[in-house]
Ligand binder design. Sequence first.
Ligand code: ZN
Length: 76
Amino acid sequence: MAHTKKVGITGKFGPRYGIKIRARVLKVTAKKTKECPYCKKKSIKRASAGIWECSKCKAKFTGGTHVPIFTETVED
Ligand SMILES: [Zn+2]
């Protein structure tokens, strides 16, 4: 296994595609679970692009395409 401390899951790409775009991929894929804005449980899942669903309280809401937090933006 390669060293993935810095690059995380994007280590699978090796040196390809450039550091900027790999960092962006990392930011998008690293956040698997986030807090539900209704029940405050870390149980929201991405139902489809921009649609998030909480598995505990069944709340469905819109958010970012890959990141459920609305205020957070993926920066370059
Ligand atoms: Zn919830």
